[in-house]
Write a protein that binds this ligand. Sequence first.
Ligand SMILES: [Zn+2]
Length: 154
Amino acid sequence: MIHYRLGNAVREVAMDQETNELRRVGLKVTHPRMRILQIFDEEGVRHLTAEDVYRKLLAHHEDIGLATVYRVLTQFEAAGIIVKHNFEGGQAVYELDRGKHHDHMIDVDSGKVIEFVSEEIERLQHEIAARHGYVIEDHSLVLYVRPKHGNRKP
Ligand SMILES: [Zn+2]
C-alpha cells in the first residue's frame, strides 16, 4: 500500500514535469503528447525511432497509433523539444534536446547509437574552419562503425 502510494506520488511529479515542458513550448497538454514525452523521459532512453516509441506505448497498453506518434514527434521537433537525426541506412532517430552538444557513432551491424564528445575533435574542427576563414555555426559528426574482431557479439 505504501509502495503503491509512493509510486503514484512519483508518477505525479513526473507528469508535472511533462505538463510544464509542454506548456513552456506552447503546446496543449494532450494524452498522446504526455505519454510520448514520458517515453523519452524514461531512464536510459536516448535515441528512438517512431516505431520504437510506438512499441513502447503498446507495451504500456497505450492505444496510440503510429500516425499519431509521427505527428506528435513532428510537433515536438518543431517546438524544439526533440531533435531528429537522419542517420544513413536506417529510420530517423529522435532524442530529447537537452541542449548539450555531442556526436554520434552508429553500429552498422545492430543500429545501436552511441554518443561521444571529444574536446580534441571540437578544437580541430574550429581550427580547420578558421583556416578557411570561417567560424562554425553548427556541426554534426556521425561515425559509422563495426565492432572490432573479438568484440563481436554472436
Ligand atoms: Zn544523441
